[in-house]
Ligand binder design. Sequence first.
Ligand code: KIV
Length: 281
Amino acid sequence: MSATGEAKALTPPDICARKGRTPLVCLTAYTTPIAKLVDPHSDVVLVGDSVSMVLHGLPSTLGVTLEMMIMHGQAVRRGLKRALMIVDMPFGSYEEGPEQAFRNAVRVMAKTGCAAVKLEGGEAMAETIRFLAARGIPVMAHVGLTPQAVNAFGGYRVQGRGEDAERIRRDARAVADAGAFAVVLEKVPEPLARRVTEEITIPTIGIGASPACDGQILVVDDMLGLFGDFRPKFVKRYAELGQAASAAIAAYAQEVRERRFPAAEHVFGDAPTAIKGGEAA
Ligand code: KIV
C-alpha cells in the first residue's frame, strides 16, 4: 500500500524477486476495459505485439508499429493499478542496435508510463539488453519461439528440440547475464523449459513451456475464447466468450428484424403508444 492507501504497483525488482516462489500470473491486455479486468488478478500485464493479429486482424506480429504499441499502451495504463505493465517493442524498432533500441524504448516508456519493455531474441540481443538495463530501462526478454522471427523459423514451430536445446539454453543464459529481469520461454519442450528455469537466476515466464516455470502468460483473448478458432495446444480456454457474444448478437439481430427491440422499457415518452404498430409516435 502507498501512503494514500492505493495499492502499490509491482515493479521489475518485485517480479525478479519472485524467482522460485509463488508462480507469477501474467496476461496480455490491449484496451482499458480488459486491463481493468485482469489487473486485480495479475502480477504482470503485457501489451503484447500479438495485438496486431488479435485486434487488428493482421496475419502476423510483423505489421505492428511503435505508434500502435504506444496507443494500446496508453489505453492499458488507464486500466491498471497493481500489475506491472510491460510493452512489447515491435519488429524493426530495436534490432538495428542498442542506440535505436534505447531511443524507441524511451519513447514507449515516456508516452505510456510503462515500467519495462519486452524484446525478442537471445544471444543476439544480449548487448542491446545490457545497454538498456545499464541506462535504467528494465527489459523482459523472450526466447524460444520468437514470433517476430516466424519467417526465419519457417512457421510457428516448437523450438529447442534435440540438439537445438543447447541454443535455447545459451539464449536464456545470455539474456539473464545481460541484465534482463525476467524472460518469456515460448513453445519449447517441457523438460528444456524446466531445465532452463533451474539454470538461470531470473524468473522464466512460460507459454507452451512448463508448469515448472516461475510464471505463466497467455494472450487473454485466447483463454477467453475471443480469438476465433485459434486453439493451439498450449492455450487452455477458461471461457467461451466468443460463442456467448455470437449468440447475443444473433438474438439482437432477430429481435430488431421482428420489431421486438426496442421494447417499451427501452424507449422514451409514452412508451405503449410509441411502439404501437411498430411505428414511433
Ligand atoms: O505478444 C504477445 O502477446 C507475447 C506473449 C504471448 C508472450 O509476446
